[in-house]
Design a binder for this molecule. Structure first.
Ligand SMILES: Cc1ncc(COP(=O)(O)O)c(C=O)c1O
Length: 363
């Protein structure tokens, strides 16, 4: 057990066993006598590392050979721009679901690039739910949504994802804060992107899973680094890749498959963690969860206390008790406990214990 229980929204907790393995392998990566950061990205140990990582991601997502998995840079924010640049032209219609602040950022980027952005569903301004009423825009080049809204604490449930239509515009999704946290049908999506610093790695690399037939829709000319085809052709090794960040993802995949037992086992643990916190909130007259029950995120539990002064005290006293990262987003306020993959059930129990004690002292 670590002295700190980490509930930051990202970057955030990594498993202790992964951190120890990084420490153990730091001076000698796979018998090379060098750290992974010191080896040419064209040398076999790093080329193998990249292939193992993309292969492992594909396996865990249950994607077939019709998909490419890429390891890119620029964070999820660059995907907000690459997606419209590759798959639409100026003035063309692109469809977006407005479910939170990151979903909005993605659409702002498409607007900046001159795309005709249509909001097909929205939960603005309070973002307390995943929007239920959707307009159909059949002539859109794609439909974009964000499966887990990190700031406001909403998430598309697996049933909502199952209900997404097939046969309309290709669906593209930001899964930055819930990829590999539960079993879903990834095959519903033409493109999925996710940075790795939430549930399966360190910051520095962004995963893109892309259905190969979509590559034919990309328009010329395109700056090489911004063109998905460049990275497919170069097998995610076009320019110097973020080798260390890729290495951490590789270790996280081992942890997920070996120690945890795969995605289904991970989902069971994640569901138990989220239930523990939401049940505690719902059972109290002190904490309040603003998000409607069917839309609540398993990854980011957002909650309020009776007033902002108490929230400040709650966050500060938690920190003194070694429980960190509970402050809400600076634009959203309140409190937030992020329960990503590496956060253990025992750590969530500690948080629940602290929340109970805080009510007893202040309720
Ligand atoms: C859902 C979501 N999308 C996009 C981003 C932006 O990611 P990045 O900082 O990698 O650009 C974040 C950041 O936390 C996020 O939570």
């Amino acid at each position: 057990m670590r002295p700190i229980r980490n509930f930051y929204a990202g970057p955030c907790a990594l498993p202790l066993s992964v951190l120890r393995r990084i420490q153990d392998e730091m001076l000698d990566f796979r018998g090379t006598g060098m750290s992974v950061m010191e080896i040419s990205h064209r040398a076999a140990p790093v080329v193998d590392l990249i292939e193992e990582t993309t292969g492992g991601l594909k396996r865990l997502m249950g994607l077939g050979d019709e998909y490419e998995v890429l390891l890119l840079q620029g964070g999820s924010s660059l995907q907000f721009a690459m997606m419209p640049m590759n798959f639409s032209g100026p003035g063309e219609i692109v469809a977006y679901v407005d479910s939170g602040l990151w979903a909005k950022k993605a659409m702002e980027e498409a607007r900046l690039l001159g795309r005709d952005v249509r909001v097909v569903a929205s939960s603005a301004p309070d973002h307390r739910r995943i929007p239920a009423d959707w307009e159909t825009v059949s002539d859109a080049r794609y439909l974009h949504l964000c499966t887990n809204n990190t700031i406001v604490g909403t998430q598309f449930s697996s049933a909502m994802i199952d209900a997404l239509p097939r046969g309309g515009p290709v669906i593209m999704a930001d899964m930055s804060s819930d990829l590999l946290s539960r079993r879903i049908d990834h095959g519903k999506f033409g493109l999925i992107y996710a940075h790795t610093q939430k549930s399966f790695g360190a910051a520095g690399v962004t995963i893109v899973a892309l259905r190969r037939d979509l590559l034919d829709r990309i328009r010329d000319p395109m700056a090489a680094m911004l063109d998905y085809r460049t990275h497919v052709k170069a097998r995610s090794n076009y320019n110097t890749p973020p080798v260390f960040a890729i290495y951490v993802v590789r270790l996280m995949l081992d942890w997920l498959e070996g120690e945890i037992g795969g995605i289904e086992a991970m989902e069971r643990i994640n569901r138990a963690k989220a239930a523990r916190i939401y049940d505690l909130i719902d059972g109290s007259n002190f904490y309040h969860a603003p998000v409607e029950a069917g839309s609540r995120s398993m990854m980011n539990a957002v909650f309020y206390l009776p007033n902002p002064d108490l929230e400040k005290r709650f966050v500060a006293e938690a920190e003194q008790a070694g429980i960190v990262g509970l402050g809400g987003h600076r634009k959203w306020g309140g409190c937030r406990a992020s329960l990503y993959n590496a956060v253990t059930l025992a750590e969530v129990e500690d948080l629940a214990g602290f929340m109970g004690e805080f009510v007893a002292a202040n309720g």
